[in-house]
Design a protein around this ligand. Structure first.
Ligand code: BGC
Ligand code: ZN
Ligand code: ZN
Length: 364
């Protein structure tokens, strides 16, 4: 047993404390890891606020170490011959399999009975601690040290890669592309301008959609510029909803979890359109729809897909996109990391810094 400093919460009640915890040292450990950066996202803030009832502490414990987004360095490794060695950068997987069929084929993201765990979220300590132990099978290697400044974005980007895999599957039921076989002129609207909103919008451009990122308030000029540099337009829909819905929507991606907003834009989905619901916000206010809304979806063969988490393959693809985008856009992606905090700055869990895209904690 040793002691480390860690950022903890009492799930599902919430709160956040930077404190010393006991760390059990497994006898036959495979890898000892040290976080370099850990990212903070809406899930972490929801847990700290006590608004995500699905969060829980590891069995028999009274607290949960936070953190599921991280870039780590290998401090020690039992066997250097397994593709990963001391000093390597790695990203640990969030979700750990249970016993169901999807979990047993490497797809715990599609767990069929809920009997899996998520580091820093459900029943498993997360990565916001000075060091921790893990197994090699749970690590994805970042071989290109050129992207070590942005590789903490691998975890949120892996969700986007999975989201588009779902899009690929469900859009196949009819011809989705235009007559010229491309997605030119097809309109994608991404709701929300957090990290996930940006990354979904970038991938949407990568696919060839005309892409609009929207929110109900303005965002910083520098953030609009970053979206523009990836070919994405930004619209504040509280002022200009007409511009968002003109021409209808072929792909709607929601990162807000707000039913009022989702239903509002779903009414403009085109024939054979797809809506990907990614955001969660258990405390969002109720919103109503009537029968004509259902008729609208049915008559147009619209697919609505809920999408959560991702598998190891999506982390690997995410890393490839980070390398590609870094090559094409240079430092634009690093500018997504809008602030770096010390682990003791726990205020960042309760109030969002102005102009935030991604806030990270830097572990010295
Ligand atoms: C994580 C996912 C996780 C989800 C749980 C997200 O922030 O990226 O891996 O499944 O939270 O709601
Ligand atoms: Zn997250
Ligand atoms: Zn499962």
């Amino acid at each position: 047993m040793s002691s480390v400093m860690a950022l903890t919460t009492r799930a599902p009640r919430g709160g956040v404390t930077y404190e010393i915890i006991d760390l059990e040292e497994p006898e036959n450990f495979e890898v000892k890891l040290k976080p370099v950066y850990t990212g903070i996202c809406g899930t972490d803030r929801g847990i700290v606020r006590g608004s995500l009832p699905f969060a829980y502490n590891p069995e028999g414990e009274d607290r949960l170490v936070l953190g599921h987004e991280s870039l780590c360095r290998v401090l020690e490794i039992a066997d250097n011959n397994l593709g990963i060695k001391k000093g390597d950068y790695v990203v640990p997987l969030v979700r750990r399999p249970g016993g169901c069929v999807n979990c047993s084929i490497g797809r715990p993201d599609n767990c069929s009975d809920g009997d899996k765990h998520e580091a820093g979220i459900t029943g498993l300590h997360g990565f916001m601690r000075e060091h921790f132990y893990d197994r090699i099978e749970n690590l994805v290697k970042v071989s290109d040290s050129n992207i070590s400044d942005i590789a903490v974005l691998t975890e949120p980007l892996k969700n986007v890669v999975k989201g588009f895999e779902v899009f690929d599957v469900v859009s196949r039921r009819a011809v989705y592309a235009g007559k010229d076989s491309t997605l030119d002129g097809k309109r994608s609207v991404v709701v929300g301008t957090g990290t996930q909103g940006y990354l979904y919008a970038f991938m949407s451009r990568e696919y060839g959609f005309d892409t609009m990122a929207v929110n109900r308030h303005p965002i910083e000029d520098s953030n609009v510029e970053m979206l523009n540099s990836f070919g994405v337009n930004f619209v504040d829909y509280s002022k200009n909803e007409g511009e968002v819905v003109k021409g209808g929507i072929d792909l709607l991606i929601d990162t807000s979890g707000d039913p009022g907003t989702v239903f509002r834009f779903m009414k403009y989905l085109n024939y054979n359109a797809v809506a990907i619901l990614f955001g969660t916000n258990g405390k969002a206010p109720e919103a109503q729809v009537d029968g004509s809304f259902i008729d609208y979806l049915v008559e147009r063969n619209i697919t609505v897909a809920g999408v959560v988490d991702a598998a190891k393959t999506h982390y690997e693809t995410a890393i490839r996109y980070l390398r590609k985008w870094k090559y094409i856009h240079g430092d634009a992606l690093s500018n997504m990391i809008t602030a770096k905090f010390d682990p003791a700055d726990t205020g960042v869990f309760t109030s969002k810094p102005h102009g935030e895209i991604k806030s990270v904690i830097k572990w010295s």
